[in-house]
Write a protein that binds this ligand. Sequence first.
Ligand SMILES: NC(=O)c1ccc[n+]([C@@H]2O[C@H](COP(=O)([O-])OP(=O)(O)OC[C@H]3O[C@@H](n4cnc5c(N)ncnc54)[C@H](O)[C@@H]3O)[C@@H](O)[C@H]2O)c1
Length: 418
Amino acid sequence: MSRQSITRRDFVKQASATAAAGLSLSAASYGKILGANDRVRLGIIGPGARGQELMKDFVKVPNAEFVAAADIYARRHDEAKKIAPEIKAFNDHRKMLELKDLDAVIVATPLHCHARHFIDTLAVGKDLYCEKTMTWSVEEAENCLAAAKKSDRVIGVGQQHQSAGYFLDARKWIKDGLVGKVTSVESWMSRNTPRGKGQWVRPIPEDCNAQNVDWKAFLNGRPNRPFDAHKFINWRLYWEFSGGNVTENMVHQIGWIIGALDLGLPTAAYMSGGVFSEKDGREVPDTISVTLDYPNDLVVSWQSTFSNSRFGLGVRILGSDGTVEWLAGTTDMVSGRSLSGWYYSPEKANRPDGEAIKGESKSEDHYANFVECVRSRKEPNASVELGYRSAVAAHMANLSYRRRQRVTLETARQVAKQ
Ligand SMILES: NC(=O)c1ccc[n+]([C@@H]2O[C@H](COP(=O)([O-])OP(=O)(O)OC[C@H]3O[C@@H](n4cnc5c(N)ncnc54)[C@H](O)[C@@H]3O)[C@@H](O)[C@H]2O)c1
């Protein structure tokens, strides 16, 4: 039985569980129009590592407050209360979603739970901020987009680079025609850790045991088995719960590229690589090379390694009239200087008088943008459509790696239906 088919049934099960809990009946009835000065009341599902970072970011937004948090691990209730002492804490997210005085819900659970929390949140008529990657599979991405289209809720995704100055400038340079025809985009993300310390591996807290964790809720429809603290904490390393570095990091960069160039879905993906440096029992590859074919003669590539960090993170949009670069932590090969920043360089062949530009636009606060959209009912900088397109690209790449063959969009959609 393929994982995809397990997921399909899970969805049906989850949908009926949600309906049984009466969540869908109350749809939209709680939504109310907020005035410019009304407080936005937030709840969070999964205040773990990223969730707590998000709480700290959202509490800084004027007129936003946390009123509730739901997590299946008791320890997280205490940690969340250190950031927002007044919150009500819940084990079951469905109980939190019953709260009437809640405007928007932030989903920061592991990847394999996103779709469930996404759909349950919309079903009760709350606005939604869902961490990236929006879903764990193509099928879930289609289901979440369909739910979003039926809903009038404000939905934002955790792809914060869409609010960055380097996004605003890159998009403007492209729109202004400084880049010309783009046939190729190169991107990469590389990291390193001391030998013997695997990237992403987290220590297991002493209180992480079957008494303090609702393990069945974590499994979220995956086959039942005895509690496994390592998998609960280090879910990122295993396909059942994760999409590896493609859904952890490529998704941010591919989303940025999709947004800058107004791309839709890839027509095909190919991914090679393997578990070459982190031989600790993980399933997801640490060394990756992805190519994504887009319509209109464009190839986007993304490479990643966990055993060399010299060139950090970067994107280069290569056009006939100019190049856009977004670089972070990249080192110049000759001088050793850091090249972080974003730049436009003209192609002398087609813009002989063009001048180089160093990007300087200020970033927008991604979290304040979401809160503001909850009030104004506008679309957040990182929209559900962007989340969907980025998720499908990431899942097509993983599907190609796991099948060891090039995967077209049609194949990915057929797999989603099986
Ligand atoms: N946007 C970013 O830059 C960024 C950065 C890091 C992580 N993330 C994303 O945030 C998400 C969470 O990552 P993390 O590192 O915080 O993971 P984590 O394991 O530290 O936190 C997940 C939390 O969810 C809880 N949880 C698990 N299943 C649950 C369920 N069914 N109901 C309620 N709570 C449940 C866990 O107990 C835990 O507290 C991932 O999707 C990750 O990709 C985004």
